[in-house]
Design a protein around this ligand. Structure first.
Ligand SMILES: NC(=O)c1ccc[n+]([C@@H]2O[C@H](COP(=O)([O-])OP(=O)(O)OC[C@H]3O[C@@H](n4cnc5c(N)ncnc54)[C@H](O)[C@@H]3O)[C@@H](O)[C@H]2O)c1
Length: 354
């Protein structure tokens, strides 16, 4: 029986991956780890509780992580745990550095101290920064050029994971960079669930600035399948040439090449709910230092591992909006506990940012 250790398991993507695993490998033993930070929500694991071993722990705490590894002896590790909201990172970067940078290193170190079959570090398109005018997309060979506190902390974690790949090649640590995800269980501070839950409460959808920030969108189910494929791929040893060519490292970029502006996302959500975008979208002051455009090239994942996205964007958005409509209890509880989750940068002000 394979043992999987999944961190960030009570968050959006981690929880989706736990459900994916239980369906895909019903005989596996899943150890779900999360420290239940701001975005952690144990309700995301609802039907999984009883089928997984849940451990509340901080991935940046090496002693705690080593103890979990020694107790459960995982074969496969997927590290989704991170602080993930760009807006929140502007207000308090330190917790992001701890989870996203130190946490990434501690997880790789735990896999060094208690060896596993393979370990995937889950990272983001955002470590590459924003595309320059005329630049088509990022690839695994693009330089890390993060410019926000969230993405810079993720990039710091990536650098450490790359160092582990190169220094301890037998560890079998791999890494993915994924486009923006959408789907069920996403905290309503992120664009799509924020838009749906605002509209369902008779509030407008706030769109930063002109709304023409462009993002690369992937259904969370396709992300989970890609991570699983990378975890289990039979990869060749890392060649010496990878020292000067990151394209040769076991790093895979994940995308469906689906570029949509934030304004268009807001319009689609309005349309799904039968509301007139002209009436229900409001433009508000942009957040500081907002990346303008991302797009990432999944060719390596497609050609070397045979992965392909399966979810078509129009149907995926419709199904996602319908999920939030039919799971009102899930998000009303979150909003009751945490308050309204949208950011108004005209009111937050420079003092809070500083
Ligand atoms: N959401 C996206 O669009 C997207 C896209 C690409 C990559 N990613 C990456 O995927 C991963 C998961 O993202 P998400 O959207 O599910 O985020 P999320 O914020 O919804 O969930 C992250 C989870 O990690 C937990 N966590 C944070 N720090 C921790 C720590 N130190 N110890 C234990 N648990 C901790 C949180 O409590 C939360 O439950 C992150 O690494 C993120 O960078 C996300």
């Amino acid at each position: 029986m394979a043992v999987y250790l999944v961190t960030g398991a009570a968050g959006f993507i981690g929880a989706n991956y736990v459900h994916f695993l239980l369906e895909r490998e019903p005989d596996a033993h899943v150890v779900a780890v999360d420290y239940i930070g701001f975005a952690g929500n144990i309700a995301n694991l609802d039907t999984a509780i009883g089928k997984v071993s849940f451990v509340q722990a901080d991935i940046a705490d090496l002693e705690a992580m080593e103890a979990i590894y020694r107790k459960h002896r995982p074969d496969f590790v997927v590290n989704f745990a991170a602080e993930s909201h760009n807006d929140r990172a502007i207000l308090g970067p330190s917790v992001f550095m701890r989870s996203n940078a130190l946490g990434a290193q501690v997880m790789a170190e735990a896999s060094r101290l208690v060896p596993v079959t393979s370990h995937v570090h889950v990272s983001t398109i955002e470590v590459y920064g924003e595309l320059a005018a005329g630049q088509q997309w990022f690839t695994e060979r693009s330089p890390l050029n993060a410019k926000t506190p969230y993405s810079a902390a993720k990039a710091a974690g990536d650098q450490m994971v790359r160092a582990y790949m190169a220094t301890y090649p037998d560890l079998n640590v791999r890494m993915t960079h994924c486009a923006n995800n959408y789907g069920r269980f996403q905290l309503p501070e992120k664009l799509i669930p924020l838009a749906v839950t605002n509209l369902l409460r008779g509030r407008k959808v706030p769109v930063y600035g002109d709304g023409l920030q462009s993002r690369d969108w992937l259904h969370v189910d396709d992300h989970c399948a890609a991570v699983h494929q990378v975890l289990h791929a039979d990869l060749p040893p890392i060649p010496v040439a990878a020292g000067t060519d990151p394209g040769l490292l076991p790093i895979f970029d994940i995308s469906a090449r689906c570029e949509v502006t934030n304004l268009d996302i807001a319009r689609r959500v309005c349309a799904e709910l039968g509301l007139d975008p002209a009436e229900w979208i409001e433009h508000i002051p942009d957040r500081p230092n907002h990346d303008r455009r991302y797009l990432i090239d999944p060719t390596k994942l497609e050609t070397e591992l045979g992965w392909a996205p399966t979810r078509e964007f129009d149907a995926g958005i419709a199904e996602t909006v319908a999920w939030y409509v039919s799971h009102r209890d899930w998000w009303e509880k979150i909003i009751a506990e945490k308050g309204d989750l949208g950011f108004d940068w005209s009111r937050v002000g420079p003092a809070a940012v500083g």
